[in-house]
Ligand binder design. Structure first.
Ligand code: SF4
Length: 469
């Protein structure tokens, strides 16, 4: 059912009531011509993530930047999420078609190995690549424009100013919550806005929470970002620069940023290529040098991508669990209709066998009357049996239009105690920054057309009806 316009596409509700976007005619024409160039068949609908050409090709027809892990578009219905990643190749094609001077390479989209190769391909020594890398990420420098690059060869700087872009985000504003949490809003080159949160902590453990997508396709029913639907993936450079910006803007105010969590806008593993690459850049020991254990990628449970992440990355993993039965999880986290709880936990059990000294973090947002009963606590103990893990119990942060209520503090403590008595490592995570909509599940700005809310299962009607809407 078509219910209105969203962005430059049109929003449709499919038979399964998942969010999908049908591209407008102009987008279709551009993408069809791109497809014809490659002699591929192209048709709408149905759309599959893997079949779509890059949105950046048609959103930014005059785009200057070239990234080998670029923004990509995956507006397919949730149940069409396939196991492939969302990377694309269109911009590389565009680079070949245009004049080289029309395009600039995104330096923060490259791993060190790629940067070194690129520098060599321009006729410079690899040593110049390391000097550049250190000025981008190391030694508290965080250069954001070529003129600030000190100590580099003059010809090398000239080449950089002609062919490379150091900065991909523009600061829009910083909001400070009463508890000191900062929400940073960045404008992207296409005008879309993303949010990054810096959470200071007394014990010197400052965390930056970064976004991996604009909006999110997963439509978790308790999450404000999910109401937006997916607008696009962030590039590697856009992801990395959030951490660089947070360090350079706020280090003097809140102290050094020690932890990075991919828990901002978006499902990180739905943008798995760019996220794995960004994580690699964040932990490079000559650059930002975050400890891999202090860089945490969170997922709602995309099983194939989760397997890939565990095999390819040394960074930490958080799984947003939030329910102890398929019935509840199917409702509040529709990804569970594709990858059931049993499969998700079995996969973790199997994959973690080969990881040494590695614990997954389970996140459990507590929703009054929905997932916070004593039976839930007992089921949760059984579910995580055999998985090296910690459990974070998170207080639900209400937002405009939310149908849920937070579990009371007393009940959260009771729930925590049951888990702890059974031997689980369990923490209560207090809400941070909610007076500036900077808390978990509160990021983003849904437009007038939003992802659908699902039918509430009969036995939870009371819990939901009791909530403010
Ligand atoms: S909780 Fe995470 S995965 Fe779910 S809709 Fe929100 S941003 Fe997406």
């Amino acid at each position: 059912m078509e219910i209105g316009c969203l962005w430059t596409g049109r929003l449709w509700l499919g038979a399964n009531s998942m969010l999908s976007i049908k591209p407008s005619n102009s987008m279709a024409m551009i993408s069809m011509s791109l497809q014809r160039q490659r002699n591929h068949t192209f048709c709408f609908p149905p759309l599959k993530t893997s079949q779509l050409p890059s949105v950046s090709s048609f959103i930014y027809p005059h785009r200057r930047w070239v990234s080998n892990t670029s923004a990509s578009y995956s507006p397919a219905p949730l149940l069409s999420i396939d196991d492939s990643n969302c990377s694309d190749f269109e911009e590389v094609e565009l680079q070949k078609q245009g004049s080289p001077s029309d395009f600039k390479v995104l330096l923060k989209g490259m791993t060190y190995v790629e940067l070194e190769e690129w520098v060599k391909s321009k006729g410079f020594r690899p040593g110049q690549a390391m000097m550049l890398w250190k000025r981008l990420y190391g030694n508290q420098v965080w250069t954001s424009c070529v003129h600030e690059l000190e100590g580099l060869n003059k010809d090398f700087k000239k080449m950089l100013s002609e062919t490379a872009e150091l900065k991909v985000l523009s600061l829009k504003t910083i909001l400070t919550a009463s508890d000191g949490t900062r929400k940073i809003l960045f404008t992207l080159e296409d005008g879309l806005v993303i949010e990054t949160v810096v959470i200071p902590c007394d014990r010197g453990r400052n965390t930056v929470c970064i976004s991996s997508q604009v909006g999110c396709a997963m439509n978790c029913q308790f999450c404000y970002t999910g109401r937006m639907g997916l607008r696009r993936n962030l590039t590697t450079a856009e992801i990395v620069e959030q951490a660089v910006y947070a360090r350079s803007l706020l280090a003097s105010e809140v102290g050094s940023i020690t932890n990075v969590v991919f828990m901002g806008m978006g499902e990180p593993l739905h943008n798995v290529d760019n996220v794995i690459k960004a994580a690699e850049i964040l932990v490079h020991d000559q650059g930002l040098h975050f400890s891999p254990r202090k860089v945490t990628i969170s997922t709602s449970g995309l099983v194939p991508q989760l397997k890939r992440f565990l095999r390819e990355s040394s960074c930490a993993l958080a799984v947003s669990l939030n329910a102890t039965t398929d019935e509840v999880r199917n409702w509040i986290m529709p990804i569970n209709r594709k990858y059931k709880l049993g499969l998700l936990l079995k996969t973790l059990r199997e994959e973690l066998c080969s990881k040494h000294n590695y614990k997954v973090l389970f996140e459990y947002v507590m929703l009054a009357g929905v997932n916070d009963s004593l039976e839930d606590a007992k089921r949760l103990i059984d579910l995580v049996q055999g998985i090296p893990c910690k459990i974070n119990l998170i207080s639900f942060n209400p937002h405009c239009g939310s149908q849920f209520r937070p579990t009371s503090d007393e009940k959260m403590i009771e729930f925590r105690n049951i888990l702890a008595e059974a031997g689980c490592v369990v923490l209560l995570r207090p809400s941070r920054g909610d007076d500036q909509m900077a808390a978990c599940g509160q990021l983003g700005k849904p437009g007038p057309v939003q992802a659908p809310l699902f039918r509430v299962p009969e036995k939870f009607q009371m819990a939901v009806n009791a909530s403010p809407r």
